[in-house]
Design a protein around this ligand. Structure first.
Ligand code: C2E
Ligand code: CA
Ligand code: CA
Ligand code: CA
Length: 279
């Protein structure tokens, strides 16, 4: 997609060491962006490892800055978290993506799963489960199609009631995925304590398939352990054929990465589903 190739974004994204004043300005600018409709949701397909059929998608937010072009969430999500703006932004992403997933369900009826990222700050809101329930009711999306991704860096210690909140979401029928699995210190404790249906193997491990035998062993062991615990496994950052072959051979359930598709704006993702439909 053209929007992904804008040069400005690269310059901006690399310059993460903005000064204090720039940070303050950016926060104000981000607040304006939310009101001014500058945020976009992109969708990246998740495919079944055995068939490479699309079985789901992850919603990924972008900021379409009028002068700077597409700004990466890796850059502005931390700002949004620090300023509390992540709460309205996160709810907007959830609502937009659920409405879109419902529209695709009505149009194509594929039962695709929708992954939506939750920030620690959202998980600290005591009304999160009721916000999610309201969005599901308003949009009509089947709760079983919604998968909430909780990154492993979120700590059970710093987010009070994390287990209870996720239990409530799980009881509503939502799926829970542990994102960036293996990067934090909490991995195994998380698997024991959270109602996780799936884990997402972090791309830092996937990248080292064919490069580092230790990381290959970790990927293999993670898949095996997840399956023993009756959890599904998705691998992120699948970029080359060698990653695909290794993950398939070792029984990984689903795959996500540039090898299959980059995150796409809504019309391009719709086209992908429409063409798939015609096969
Ligand atoms: P994440 O949740 O781990 O999302 C996966 C990231 O990996 C995405 O980056 C995606 O574009 C990228 N990716 C996918 N396939 C490949 C690949 O094959 N190779 C490589 N190198 N990268 C790949 P993106 O969209 O820039 O998002 C970065 C992070 O920003 C996300 O990481 C997530 O932590 C956060 N984020 C994005 N959208 C949201 C949101 O709506 N809410 C919250 N709270 N966080 C979000
Ligand atoms: Ca994610
Ligand atoms: Ca991830
Ligand atoms: Ca990540």
């Amino acid at each position: 997609a053209k929007s992904l190739g804008r040069n400005n974004y690269q310059v901006y994204a690399n310059n993460v060491d903005a000064t204090q004043q720039q940070q303050t300005e950016l926060k104000a600018r981000l607040r304006h962006a939310v009101r001014n409709d500058e945020l976009r949701v992109f969708y990246q397909p998740q495919v079944e490892a055995s068939s490479e059929d699309i079985v789901g998608m992850e919603a990924l937010v972008r900021w379409e800055h009028p002068e700077l072009g597409m700004i990466s969430p890796a850059f502005f999500i931390p700002l949004a978290e620090a300023s509390g703006l992540i709460v309205p932004i996160g709810e907007w992403v959830l609502r937009t993506a659920c409405a879109q997933a419902k529209a695709w369900e009505s149009r194509y009826g594929l039962g695709l799963r929708l992954g939506v990222n939750l920030s620690a700050v959202q998980l600290m809101q005591s009304n999160l489960a009721s916000v999610v329930a309201t969005v599901l009711r308003d949009t009509g999306l089947d709760p079983h199609q919604l998968e909430l991704e909780v990154t492993e860096s979120i700590s059970v210690k710093t987010v009070p009631h994390l287990v209870e909140t996720l239990d409530a979401l799980h009881a509503m029928g939502c799926r829970i995925a542990i994102d960036d699995f293996g990067t934090g210190a909490a991995s195994l404790d998380y698997l024991r304590r959270l109602p996780a249906d799936r884990i997402k193997i972090d791309q830092s491990f996937v990248r080292n398939i064919g490069v580092d035998p230790d990381d290959e062993a970790i990927v293999r062991a993670t898949i095996e352990m997840a399956h023993h615990l009756k959890r599904g496994v998705v691998a992120e950052g699948v970029e080359i054929e060698q990653h695909l072959q290794f993950l398939r051979l070792n029984g990984c359930d689903e795959l996500q990465g540039y090898l299959f598709c980059r995150p796409l704006p809504t019309p391009a993702f719709d086209k992908l589903l429409a063409e798939r439909e015609r096969l």
